[in-house]
Design a protein around this ligand. Structure first.
Ligand SMILES: CCC/C=C/C=C/C(=O)SCCNC(=O)CCNC(=O)[C@H](O)C(C)(C)COP(=O)(O)OP(=O)(O)OC[C@H]1O[C@@H](n2cnc3c(N)ncnc32)[C@H](O)[C@@H]1OP(=O)(O)O
Length: 276
């Protein structure tokens, strides 16, 4: 990246060319998400979306956790603020706009057209699970403790977990159990529901693997990779008929890329080599 932007609650670095590592950076609070962190996530991912040097993002937490979810102090302050409003409809509008703002912050990760790999360790609780739901690939360290904690604090999860994960997970029965009980679960159950795809023994091995994977993807045609992410997200949210229509329109423009000629040449060269 030409110059790495600075944030207070996020730390950005470039471990490999075209790979951006984004670390949630409130380690003393186990990366609990306050308003500043939510807002900075939005700014950061909207910026990375248009940053040409960045092709793949690895998202992780600094210190001993990915994230322990929403910052309880921030949530309490926001709740206290709404108590001051005495008209019930105005109160509802106020809370609605606060939820919308928070949703948009995490959706910026989902909407970012570059692949986002979550590297999860320590704790992944509440909004931490919501955030991971907004990522494309989820790797985890073996020590991670997960919890879809919202029911325990009297909420239906509203910033990703119940909106995106039902489209992705494989074991709906177990997923529903975890949602309704808020109980903690480990990497075995996280893998069973299809939340995470790989487990690593240490945090170091986790980060190495996430960055190596990002490096592999960063060497592919960015036109093809970003087009694939856009089509995957579109397919998640539309019918099969819509998906076919969308991709033919998409590819009618994208087939004009010189990356296709290079890709075809590389493929035929490797075929020739494999005959030797
Ligand atoms: C409008 C949007 C709607 C969004 C809803 C989202 C909902 C959720 O995210 S629900 C989940 C909320 N999170 C929690 O309930 C987790 C709370 N934390 C804990 O239970 C423990 O911290 C934990 C079991 C994860 C770890 O315990 P451990 O003994 O290892 O560490 P602690 O000493 O407790 O924590 C270290 C410091 O971090 C602070 N902290 C941790 N999590 C949070 C949090 N979510 N919010 C605020 N602060 C948090 C903790 O207070 C310690 O700080 P300090 O006392 O200053 O050292």
């Amino acid at each position: 990246m030409p110059s790495i932007p600075r944030y207070e609650t996020l730390k950005l670095s470039q471990p490999k060319p075209h790979v951006t590592l984004v670390e949630l950076n409130r380690p003393t609070k186990l990366n609990a998400m306050n308003l500043q962190l939510f807002d900075e996530l939005k700014t950061c991912f909207e910026q990375l979306n248009i940053e040409k040097e960045c092709r793949v993002i690895v998202l992780t937490g600094s210190g001993r956790a990915f994230s322990t979810g929403i910052d309880i102090e921030y949530l309490s302050a926001a709740a206290a603020e709404s108590i001051e409003i005495d008209d019930i409809a105005r109160k509802a509008l106020h809370v609605r706009s606060m939820i919308e703002r928070t949703q948009e912050c995490l959706r910026a990760v989902d909407k970012c057209e570059k692949p986002v790999i979550a590297a999860i360790h320590g704790y992944c609780i509440g909004a931490g699970v919501d955030l991971s739901a907004c990522c494309d690939i989820r790797y985890s360290a073996r020590d991670t403790i997960f919890s879809i904690k919202e029911v325990d604090i009297g909420l239906a999860a509203d910033i990703g977990t119940l909106q995106i994960l039902p489209k992705l997970i494989t074991d709906h029965s177990l997923f529903h159990e975890l949602v309704f009980t808020s109980r903690t679960f480990d990497t075995n159950e996280a893998q069973q529901i299809g939340l995470i795809s790989h487990v690593f023994d240490t945090r170091e091995a986790l980060l190495d693997a996430a960055i190596s994977l990002a490096n592999v993807i960063a060497h592919k045609s960015p036109i093809a990779v970003q087009g694939s992410k856009i089509n995957l997200n579109y397919a998640r949210d539309h019918t099969v008929d819509d998906n076919f229509t969308f991709v033919r329109t998409w590819n009618s423009a994208m087939l004009l890329s010189e990356d296709i000629v290079k890709g075809l040449m590389a493929t035929s060269v490797s075929k020739e080599k494999s005959k030797l």
